[in-house]
Design a protein around this ligand. Structure first.
Ligand code: ZN
Length: 121
């Protein structure tokens, strides 16, 4: 696969490629002037961002997979990696001697409360 850049390099000979129109799907087609090989490039960061936003919208919203506009099997295949993400919490630097937690179930949701001796959150 070609390196993702403004002007990708040819997979065959390594020379710079030039734009050569678009595919029927609308993606930019790149062509090597040296050897004539053509290719398309994808930007994995943009794809992953779109997949995660779709996953997040589905996981935290009320839309079903069908209502997201993506086939069910495609949605779960594309967003399966999102289940393995671990949220990173930054340390606030606050230290408390006590922390009391409690949860109350209401209409299928659980409301969590935390008390650190001074504040309830
Ligand atoms: Zn080439």
């Amino acid at each position: 696969m070609a390196k993702v850049a403004n002007q990708p390099l040819c997979d065959v000979c390594g020379n710079k490629q030039v734009k050569n129109g678009k595919t029927s799907a609308g993606r930019t087609l790149w062509r090597c002037k040296n050897c004539g090989a053509s290719s398309t490039i994808s930007c994995p960061d943009i794809t992953a961002k779109a997949q995660f936003e779709s996953f997040h919208q589905w996981a935290t919203g009320k839309l079903s997979v069908k209502e997201t506009g993506t086939a069910r099997s495609t949605f779960f295949r594309n967003t399966n990696w999102c289940w393995n993400l671990r949220p990173r919490l930054e340390a606030t630097g606050e230290k408390h001697r006590y922390l009391m937690l409690d949860g109350t179930y209401f209409n299928g949701f659980c409301a969590l409360t935390a008390y650190n001796g001074e504040h309830i959150t």
